[in-house]
Design a protein around this ligand. Sequence first.
Ligand code: WQD
Length: 351
Amino acid sequence: MAKILVTGGCGYIGSHTLVDLAENGFDVISVDDNSRSDPHILNGVEKITGKKIKNYKVDLCNYDDLFAIFQENEDITGIIHFAAYKSVGESVKEPLLYFENNLVSLMNLLKCVKEFQTPYFVFSSSCTVYGNPDKVPVTEKTPPKPAESPYGYTKQMGEQILNEFAKSSGTNCILLRYFNPVGAHPSCLIGETPLGKPENLVPVITQTAIGKIPKMTVFGDDYPTRDGSCLRDFIHVCDIAHAHTLALRYLEEKKNHSLCEVFNLGTGNGVTVLEAIKTFEKVNGVKLNYSIGPRRPGDVIAIYANNDLAKKLLGWDPGFSLDEMMSTAWKWEQKLKADDTILNKQKPDLN
Ligand code: WQD
């Protein structure tokens, strides 16, 4: 059984990917220092899959500690690298923190991949590498524009590092560009657990609906879009997770055409911020308390994916609807409130 090392396995997309990998026959381990994630999320992963997944509580910026994990798991055949800081706003305030954490961790990982000749590497990239595109939908060939934030630059630089590393080391790499991951696992046993005040739209919506945020702000309704609010491609986190399993299978079956391939992971449907809010209200029968405020600096006006390549080559077929994205997100927020120790309740029997 192929053993996959998932960095950031206690995070939002990481935990959902652990579930998908385990359900599809992979043996998985996680490396997550839990500086920005909660190890208890693995209890939910275990409840869904019936499998206890080991997490190494290690900072990827500590090369020696990371090297020791590879020594202990010489049978690792693939890496999925999620672990990174991801707040656009924080990256603008703390650029060095972002460049150091996101790039040193990647380079330490690649040094180990080279040393242990790990054949497959899947990188968590983002539509943020496109900047503000001139034309939508964007394809993988759409030339990247200057990033809107240091966070975005770390994704662009990460892709460039992997391009060069793949050529020099012969490692088979795949870069997955997520659009806007939202929603929660239908079991309601895992979901997004933002630390502190959330920045992203859907957790802000659900925290407003539950009353944790008294009133949310729509950042601008004077954009050149159909209703004036920004346009995004919201994609269910479980569809994103499954794409990682398909990407590993694609590499294992040697279907890749080059050593470093890129895929857009979006639904291909553009949805505006106001449409997302209206869908949330309709699906969940909840009235949201929001007002229109000024634009948020660095926001992309409109972006959504052309996902033909992932569909054609990976056999990926995103199935969750926007309604399901909003209903699963709301159910998870209600679960968090009802059982506010949900991530701490069960004893952390995690290594
Ligand atoms: C979406 C839209 C906001 C909050 C970023 C990163 C991307 C990925 C996801 C990590 C924008 C509007 C938001 C609010 C609002 N990062 N909004 N009120 O900026 O598209 O993408 O997060 O995985 O790489 O770039 O996501 O959810 O922050 O914003 O009006 O309280 O919602 O202005 O138009 P974004 P977002």
